[in-house]
Design a protein around this ligand. Sequence first.
Ligand SMILES: [Mn+2]
Length: 325
Amino acid sequence: MKKLTLEELVIRLKEKKKTLILSHRNPDPDTLGGAFALKSILEALGSPSSVACADKAPKRLEFITGGASLEYSGEEYERIIAVDVASSKQLGELEFLAEKTDITIDHHEMNDRFSDYYEDMGAACCEIFIDVADALYLTDKLGKEFFTSVYAGISGDTGCFRYSNTSERTLTYAARIIKKGIIDFADVNRRIFDSHTIGEINAQKMTYENMKFYCGGRLAVIPFTNEMKESGNVTDEDIGDIVNYIRAIEGVLVAVSLKQSSKDENKFFISSRANGDIDVSAVCAKLGGGGHPRAAGATFTAGTPEEALEVCVSLFSEAIEKSGK
Ligand SMILES: [Mn+2]
């Protein structure tokens, strides 16, 4: 697996090839924004491109996808590029495409590097596509779709420029985009952060009724079993960013949502967030996952939801106790 420089990446992207772009499972604004930004770039360079993802895009992110289906058609492609995908597992049901992936463009510290890769540990993977467009002298030629996608990814991964990953570069790139005057950035922010379906509101209600606290209130966990999802009429998509709600509770250092898989009752998904200096990606790595120090996830197997909760509580409690916070 070769580490590419920006120059090498740009040379590879210039090759005209029918391209499949992959986003990570449970897609967020950064992976979709990055994938569609890359699609704009490749099409400007004469390469027809499609985006695929194991999961459907949430409705509120259709402004990025344009409502396009992200289902993998099984078609043959001359090149596959993964965007914002930290490990082959993150491809979900499209994991079988990992070994066929030519290039991965990513910003996660913990990355499996399952293909040749270009990485830059910026706040959002989408920051990279401004660098790529600059290097290709395309920045002035790309239109509203490209800049809306990039802005969505940057805003999404920085919590609307509130998280500690926000850098001078993040703000400079956002300012460059806003200065163009061609995107409705307030609308993008509203769609990402201030728009919820009834299902999401039901999931929030269920979260406040069922959240559990450990470590003297420093660890908050919301377990979602299939039984709960069914009784509350809540889908996996509705639970997507529920972890941020318990993260907002005063005194909570680590917030975790633990979701039982609808397809396999022994499979569990963890989504974790840290408020302080606790590395949740190191905890998730112990379960085969990864991510960023303050936002990470993992998928693991357990016999029952109770057992999964125990594993999760013991690992995160240990990390909190060790941190001395
Ligand atoms: Mn990202």
